[in-house]
Design a protein around this ligand. Sequence first.
Ligand code: C2E
Ligand code: CA
Ligand code: CA
Ligand code: CA
Length: 278
Amino acid sequence: AKAVNRGRFSFFSEEMNSMAQERLALEGALRDALRGGLFELHYQPQIRLREHTLHGVEALARWHDAQLGQISPGRFIPIAEECGLIGELGKWALEEACFQLADWRRRGIQVPCISVNLSATNFHDLDLPQFVTGLLRRYSLVPTDLTLEITETVLMDTNPSTNQTIAAVHALGIPLAMDDFGTGYSSLGYLRKLPVSELKLDQSFVRDMAKDDAVSALTNAVIRIGESLKLTVVAEGVEDADQYQLLLSQGCDVAQGYYFSRPMAADELERWVRDFRA
Ligand code: C2E
Ligand code: CA
Ligand code: CA
Ligand code: CA
């Protein structure tokens, strides 16, 4: 029995060792990519449903590694969190988004605003408000040119800086959006605690709303909450005409998803905006 156990132990430890090594390699590649300018932002249009105009775009990080290929945010965000690179990634995304919006404005490409995703950890940084203020000044932007997307993990966060940073960002007049709304366990509770101006209805609800009346009742309820609290409701993951029609009839303000467009590189987004307006 002992021999078997020893055998097993060494099997598991080798397995863990190779996982740890892969992780370590990814960590190193991530750090190099971030500092070497290999990250990109892609942009997904957000459409105002009643007006059929462009509300804004959401910036989503993309990482293509020469050896490893395309690595999804679902994979690299958790690693960036754990190895302490998420602060850098957040600041990079904020700067890249501001740079891009200023460039579009200069060239007459009409993008109303950019939403940037931030992790709860980004709000541990008491310098974040000052950093954003600096960017707005440098790129001649106003606070409402940006929206910061946060998730409810921000609320479960016990870091003492978080409340202060959120309050400071809010005081600057930068809109906050509650991402993945409806998936957390305290969705309604955090509406009291966070100064958000936008609710992003999670894509899991949108996915099922056209085939399940109970889900459609829930999306309707979220839209009514948004309406009574004067929050913009953005439906995520809209993929077909049925979902689009249903959201429109429920009075949803804004929608994004493959039905309109996938997230696109900056130059592709520019062409999309021109065609959309034409
Ligand atoms: P998210 O913020 O909820 O972003 C929406 C995700 O849904 C994106 O995945 C987007 O590409 C995808 N999506 C958009 N339309 C549709 C659709 O119609 N159907 C389906 N099935 N999916 C759709 P992505 O780009 O892989 O990002 C995944 C998550 O990674 C994001 O979820 C966000 O939480 C995180 N993330 C991405 N970029 C950043 C970043 O710069 N910073 C941070 N902190 N997180 C990021
Ligand atoms: Ca988001
Ligand atoms: Ca989301
Ligand atoms: Ca998500």
